[in-house]
Design a protein around this ligand. Structure first.
Ligand code: ARG
Length: 588
């Protein structure tokens, strides 16, 4: 379905062809939402730009365009304002017709992809051997929301957890086991680890302070790489254990991910280097193999290569990502690959993408995209840490979110005392996890944000508790009106007359457009903004003074129409929040 804006753009383009001739089709019709609702809903400024070219007054051009416009079904007769703006106001009857169609559609107008696009979303992807911490929050939440939106569109999505399961940190851990649990060398199957985090800390401590240990740890990396059995057994145990931890978090957040770590690509790395060398795209420099790409410079303005083999013969993060692209395009047949990481990795991805394109692995039309996000900061506006300066484990953060949410729910229920302990626990879970997700997603991707419990758990403002509350409140309207909102007759016409009805209807019809935009731009905050705007439009509609009567509206046709608007608002909120990975509750 076309958006309102697209409909108007097309009509203006047609009018341009009628007024200026065939080249009118090439002119941007410059249709934008109006800055002020007093001027209608959309505005075109195209006449101003044409004045010079046509040597006529903009107002005259605008008048000709208006005369040539065919938009009667969609808009009130367009008005010309100021020097030559054309203002468009959507007709309520049109809104009612579109809404009726959307309401009858379980997908609320979001088209199902005719040809699903094979899409990989590479997200979360923590480095293993430590538990997940707050630094992994954003990639996990944002990547999941993006995957959900694309899945809803019907794309063929592969959610990959590109975990860092290879590298020097494992040498350190293996060496630490060898020294502290020597019997494991004979019986590697006996190796158990109960506290990954403290084990990692001890090993790291020794690695940093004891040169002999550090040397031995480096040799352990070589053992691991050359396939030595015990080293490999230990490595596997470490990976399995940290993935187990990670999946506890994913399950709790209701996130699915397929683990396919860096080590998966190990067998492909030598070939990557050979191919780049053979094609003359990489050169040996000081023992290392480097790809020099046009346009990438270091801080001093010198060339900045992608190093794909280090001078010690080892491969690195870049080599693995190149092998990953090749595999994802050629074997997985991906047509769109999305990487969700910290924005500081932007240059890494720009370079790796450019290298992969230069060697011809990426067919025309296949998209490689990096979604870069800002940092989570503490109240001191520095990277978020515990009071003692330690890393904040995700598990603890989520525990705290649920505990704090339980406090909020308890305080709400204090007055009414109508919820059972089980209900309160379920609500606290939805609110706590929802608050963390929503707060993260509602920020502009690239900005850093301060992690602030008070704000994210506030019942007012652009927060999860507010949104969940808005949803639950609408559902309660059905209960109070004594109707089943999900079974309202669908053949009663929607009456869109009162300004608050018009405003709500305009929000509702935008849902498919917003989803489409998120799928293209990969910016989930467009969806939080939209949902917030929608719930505010609903508040006004339902407000005693500014809105209309709903539960007790008369006559029955009007009451049913308004209840249908309520039902649809609830449905869009639930669907939209669901696409952000947030579960609603029926009561709050
Ligand atoms: N493990 C990396 C990190 O923690 C993120 C990996 C992202 N994905 C990728 N294909 N490079 O920074």
């Amino acid at each position: 379905m076309k958006s309102l804006r697209e409909l108007i753009e097309e009509a203006v383009t047609e009018a341009l062809v009628a007024v200026v001739g065939p080249e009118g089709a090439e002119i941007d019709p410059l249709v934008r939402p109006t800055p002020d609702p007093q001027f209608g809903d959309y505005q075109s400024n195209v006449a101003m730009g044409l004045a010079k070219r046509l040597r006529r007054k903009p107002a005259e051009i605008a008048a000709d365009l208006v005369a040539a416009l065919h938009l009667d079904a969609v808009c009130e007769p367009p008005e010309i304002a100021g020097p030559g703006f054309i203002n468009f106001r959507i007709r309520p009857a049109y809104l009612s017709e579109v809404l009726g169609r959307l309401q009858a559609d379980p997908r609320v107008g979001v088209p199902l992809a005719e040809q699903p696009e094979r899409t990989i979303v590479d997200f979360s992807s923590p480095n293993l051997a430590k538990e997940m911490h707050v630094g992994h929050l954003r990639s996990t939440i944002i990547g999941d929301a993006i995957a959900r939106v694309l899945e809803f569109q019907g794309q063929d999505v592969l959610r990959l957890n590109h975990v860092g399961d290879w590298g020097t940190q494992f040498g350190m851990l293996i060496q630490h086991v060898r020294e502290t649990q020597p019997d494991v060398l004979q019986h590697p199957e006996r190796f158990r680890i109960d506290d990954l985090e403290s084990f990692y800390r001890e090993a790291k401590q020794r690695f940093d302070n004891d040169p002999a240990f550090a040397d031995a740890a480096r040799r352990a990396v070589v053992d691991l790489q050359s396939g030595e059995e015990v080293a490999n057994r230990l490595w596997q145990t470490f990976c399995a254990e940290s993935l187990r931890h990670a999946h506890e978090i994913y399950d709790r957040l209701d996130i699915r991910l397929i683990d396919r770590g860096e080590s998966f690509y190990n067998p492909m790395l030598p070939e990557v280097v050979e191919e780049f060398l053979a094609r003359g795209l990489a050169v040996e420099a000081e023992g290392a193999v480097c790809i020099f790409l046009e346009g990438f410079k270091n801080r001093e303005g010198g060339p900045l290569p992608v190093i794909i083999r280090k001078s010690d013969g080892g491969y690195n993060y870049d080599t693995t990502d190149l092998a990953g692209i090749k595999h994802r395009v050629q074997v997985e047949q991906a047509r769109r690959i999305i990487y969700v990481t910290d924005i500081r990795q932007r240059q890494h991805f720009d370079m790796v993408f450019a290298a992969a394109r230069a060697i011809g692995w990426v067919p025309e039309g296949t998209k490689l995209e990096h979604v870069g996000f800002g940092m989570v900061l503490g109240p001191d506006r520095r990277p978020f840490k515990t009071r003692e300066g330690g890393t904040i484990k995700l598990k603890e953060l989520l525990d705290e979110a649920e505990a704090r949410a339980a406090g909020v729910v308890e305080a709400q229920d204090e007055r009414r005392r109508e919820l059972s302990p089980e209900q309160k626990a379920e609500i606290a879970r939805a609110v706590g996890l929802g608050a963390v997700k929503y707060f993260d997603l509602s920020h502009n991707l690239a900005s850093d944000y301060v992690f602030d419990w008070e704000t994210m758990l506030a019942l007012d403002g652009n927060t999860a508790p507010y949104m969940l509350y808005a949803y639950a409140r609408i559902r309660s309207i059905g209960r109070r009106a004594g109707v089943d909102l999900d079974a309202l007759p669908s053949d009663v016409p929607l009456i869109i007359e009162h300004p608050s009805e018009v405003a709500l209807a305009k929000e509702l019809v935008q849902f498919p457009t917003v989803i489409q935009q998120v799928a293209v731009d990969l910016r989930p905050h467009l969806l939080t903004e939209y949902l917030y705007g929608l719930s505010r439009a609903f508040s006004t509609f339902y407000d005693r003074e500014r809105g209309v009567r709903v539960i007790d509206a008369e006559p029955e046709g009007v009451r049913l129409s308004r209840l249908r608007l309520a039902e649809m608002t609830a449905r869009v909120l639930k669907l939209g929040l669901g696409l952000l990975g947030i579960n609603v509750v029926e009561q709050m």
